[in-house]
Design a protein around this ligand. Structure first.
Ligand code: HEC
Length: 199
C-alpha cells in the first residue's frame, strides 16, 4: 500500500488512464485505503434506496377490487374441501373416548410423567418443581376444580393456562382425555381441599 494517491482521480473515462483504471478496480472492496472509504459511504444510500423497492410492493387490501378474479374482488373464498389448521384438533377434542379402566390406567401413567412434577401425585399442587420456585398450581381437589367440567382439563392441556404452558405437542388428544379422567379419580378419591389463594 502506498497511500490514497493511487485511487484518485477516478479514471473511468478510459483514455490515457487505462493502467490506473485497472489498478482502481483491483482494490479489494472491503479494505480500501484511507481515501477510498468515502466512496463506499457515498454509495451506501443508493444501495439502501434500492432495498426500499422490495419492502414497498403493491398489494391488495381485503375488500379491495381486483380484476384478476371473476368476481372482481381481491379476497377469495377458500376452495371446497379446505380444512382450517385448528380443525383436526377440534375433531379430536369432540371424540371423547368412553370411560374405561384402561383409559384411567393410561391417564395415571401419563399424569405421572407430564403433570405430577408440578401437580404432585395426589393433585395437591405440591410437586417438586413448585418446591423449587415455579409458581404453585392450584389444588385439583378444590371446590372450584371439582365443579369444572372434564373438558376444562382437556382445554388446559391443549391451550395452557396462565403460566402453565400447553401440552398439545407432548400429550396426544386421546391421552389428554385419559389424563382428564384420571384427574377426576384424584378428585373423587380425596376430601375437598381447603381453598388456597396463594399460588
Ligand atoms: C411445570 C409445572 C407444571 C406442569 C408440568 C403442569 N402444570 Fe398444570 N399448572 C401449573 C401452574 C403453575 C398452574 C397455575 C397456572 C396459573 O393459574 O397461572 C397450573 C394449572 C393447571 C390447572 C388448573 C387450571 C385452572 O382452572 O385453575 C389444570 C387443570 C392443570 N394445570 C392441568 C395440568 C395437567 C393435566 C398437566 C399435565 C399434562 C399439567 N397441568 C402440567 C403448572 C404445571
Amino acid at each position: 500500500m502506498t497511500g490514497p494517491a493511487k485511487v484518485s482521480p477516478l479514471p473511468l473515462a478510459g483514455g490515457s488512464g487505462g493502467g490506473l483504471a485497472r489498478r482502481w478496480w483491483s482494490i479489494p472492496p472491503l479494505t480500501p485505503p484511507a481515501g477510498g472509504r468515502g466512496i463506499w459511504l457515498a454509495l451506501l444510500p443508493l444501495a439502501l434506496a434500492g432495498c426500499n423497492n422490495m419492502v414497498q410492493q403493491p398489494r391488495y387490501d381485503e375488500y379491495e377490487g381486483a380484476s384478476l378474479f371473476p368476481d372482481g374482488m381481491a379476497m377469495q373464498h377458500p376452495p371446497d374441501g379446505v380444512v382450517a389448521r385448528e380443525m383436526p384438533q377440534e375433531i379430536a377434542a369432540a371424540r371423547r373416548p368412553p370411560l374405561t379402566k384402561a383409559l384411567i390406567e393410561r391417564g395415571r401413567e401419563r399424569f405421572g410423567i407430564y403433570c405430577a412434577p408440578c401437580h404432585a401425585n395426589d393433585g395437591s399442587g405440591n410437586g417438586e418443581i413448585p418446591a423449587r420456585g415455579f409458581p404453585h398450581p392450584p389444588d385439583y381437589r378444590s371446590a372450584r376444580l371439582r365443579a369444572a367440567p372434564v373438558s376444562h382439563f382437556y382445554d388446559v392441556m391443549t391451550n395452557g393456562y396462565g403460566v402453565m404452558y400447553s401440552y398439545a405437542d407432548r400429550v396426544s388428544p386421546a391421552d389428554r382425555w385419559a389424563i382428564a379422567a384420571y384427574i377426576r379419580v384424584l378428585q373423587q378419591a380425596q376430601p375437598v381441599a381447603p381453598p388456597r389463594d396463594v399460588h
